[in-house]
Design a protein around this ligand. Sequence first.
Ligand SMILES: [Zn+2]
Length: 52
Amino acid sequence: MQYGRVQEIELLERLKGNDCQFCTDGSLVPGEYKGNSAVLCQSCQTPAVQLW
Ligand SMILES: [Zn+2]
């Protein structure tokens, strides 16, 4: 069962497009951080969430 993994993917889907919490003008886009799936700010590159 990969049930937990599915929930994590849904979390990434929900977060993308949100405003960044760490800078004023960034928004979150799906990407990778240190080789893991993550949602990053396109402006400051801060990961809002990462999965591993
Ligand atoms: Zn940012």
